[in-house]
Design a protein around this ligand. Structure first.
Ligand SMILES: [Zn+2]
Length: 78
């Protein structure tokens, strides 16, 4: 059987190896060296890094999307 597709493979957490800026609020949100951050791969040469506050917002939206999709599938599947 084929492996189950991982649709979130462009999203991962990282520990910042150096000081980074948050992509959503680059002037306000600083990610310090050693802090956990969320990294989203936007394309072959492009990725965005987010601080913990913005990561929480992003994951909350993603979770709502997954729950909505899952609800539709469950409805049809019964
Ligand atoms: Zn941020």
């Amino acid at each position: 059987m084929a492996a189950v597709k991982d649709v979130l493979r462009n999203v991962r957490t990282e520990v910042a190896g150096r000081r980074r800026k948050c992509y959503r609020h680059p002037k306000k949100h600083i990610i310090s060296k050693g802090e956990v951050c969320l990294v989203v791969k936007d394309g072959p040469q492009k990725q965005s890094t987010y601080c913990l506050v913005c990561a929480r917002d992003i994951l909350d939206v993603a979770l709502q999307r997954v729950e909505a999709l899952s609800a539709v599938i469950s409805e049809v599947d019964e």
